[in-house]
Design a binder for this molecule. Structure first.
Ligand code: TYM
Length: 359
């Protein structure tokens, strides 16, 4: 029997941060190393998703290659034949399936996507005229059809490979639910075309989490840590130096309660406790036991700063050692293999909807 597929994509927009690492990359790497041989692991760069909001196109090529290097530095075992790394636009079936699925997707269901609504609002509100030095003041500031269509392309990314598990952060839950919905809809209409990915709840159980991960911004812990945060003060990037990392953590927003607690009234402290658990590989319960009730926040911050700075020092040392030649060879092999798999699924769909004769 074919191996079950675990798949995720990480966009090459701005620099990657510890939220991307913990939300998406680490679960993939854990599976690829601890359960090698059991699953097919697909980690790709969704490059067509990169300009659903304005970017500097001159920087995209470098950003894509850099993302791929980050996958390797983070520990993805690219020597394994079950591990595949690729660029979405190098497998044209992603675009073709998207256009087909568009015909079965409701305008209303896309309009309800919270990520679309949030990003569209941000584009409108953003008075900034330039993004990375590029003038976006005129047509680019329009909310694009690409942004609206984002979940359909994402569903194609998932469904082409018969994916069962998709590790993503909490912000992507609605998109995963849509991928399941469209797969079930197509299967109902045309027979068994797609593997339906597991529900988000089942995925959390599989990856050993009680809830979807959402690392919060250090300055405003009520919102998620995000690449598009303007100042970057609340975001820890994977290329931040240990000094900058420490500084950001030591000045993280807390509260005036004056007692370490894990609750909704203390989003900053709760986020710090979660970060410590994640980066010291200890359970949240263990970390809470150690720190809850303490009346000074400094010790907790020190512990978080140490664990994150140590992690980044190791990661950055690995990044300098990435072998570009081996990486490019792997890309070539994976992209060839992925085209073969994706085209098989695409043909099945084309035949089902009447675009190709049935065998
Ligand atoms: P992107 O690049 O915006 O985010 C990559 C991954 O990082 C997760 N993430 C977080 N997790 C925890 N805490 C945070 N603060 C945080 N910020 C970001 C995101 O949830 C995501 O898992 N739509 C995807 C890209 C994509 C994709 C796919 C993923 C395109 N096609 C197919 C899976 C399958 C995204 O959000 O990328």
């Amino acid at each position: 029997m074919a191996k079950q597929v675990i798949l995720t994509g990480i966009r090459a927009n701005n620099d990657l941060h510890i939220g991307n690492y913990m939300g998406a990359m680490l679960p993939m790497i854990d599976m690829a190393t601890k359960r090698a041989g059991e699953y097919q692991v697909n980690l790709f760069v969704p490059d067509l998703h990169s300009f659903t909001t304005p970017i500097d196109h001159h920087k995209l090529q470098d950003a894509i290659m850099n993302n791929l290097r980050v996958f390797v530095a983070a520990g993805l075992p690219i020597d394994s034949p079950d591990v595949h790394i690729y660029r979405q636009s190098y497998v044209s079936a992603h675009s073709e399936l998207t256009v087909i699925l568009d015909g079965f997707t409701g305008f209303g269901e896309m309009s309800r996507m919270t990520q679309f609504k949030d990003k569209a609002k941000k584009l409108h509100d953003d008075l900034q005229e330039y993004v990375d030095g590029v003038d976006v003041s005129k047509s680019n500031k329009n909310v694009s059809v690409g942004l609206f269509n984002y979940p359909v392309l994402m569903a194609s990314d998932i469904l082409l490979y018969g994916t069962t598990y998709v590790p993503v952060g909490d912000d992507q839950t609605q998109h995963i639910e849509f991928a399941r919905d469209i797969a079930e809809r197509m299967n109902r209409l045309f027979g068994e075309l797609f593997v339906v990915p597991k529900s988000v709840k089942e995925q959390h159980t599989f990856f050993g989490k009680d809830q979807g991960l959402r690392i919060k911004d250090l300055v405003d812990p009520t919102k998620k840590m995000s690449k598009s945060d303007g100042s970057g003060r609340g975001v820890i990037f994977l290329n931040d130096t240990p000094e900058i990392t420490r500084k950001k953590i030591m000045s993280a927003t807390t509260d005036s309660i004056g007692r370490v607690g894990y609750n909704t009234d203390q989003p900053g402290i709760s986020n710090l406790l979660e970060l410590l658990s994640l980066f010291s590989s200890r359970s949240l319960a263990e970390v809470r036991k150690e720190f809850e009730g303490q009346t000074q926040y400094g010790l907790l911050k020190e512990a978080v700063a140490d664990s994150v700075a140590n992690f980044l020092a190791d990661f950055q040392a690995n990044l300098t050692k990435v072998n570009d030649k081996a990486l490019k060879d792997k890309l070539e092999t994976s992209e060839k293999a992925m085209n073969a798999i994706a085209n098989r699924t695409l043909l099945k769909v084309q035949q089902a909807v009447g675009l190709r004769p049935k065998d």
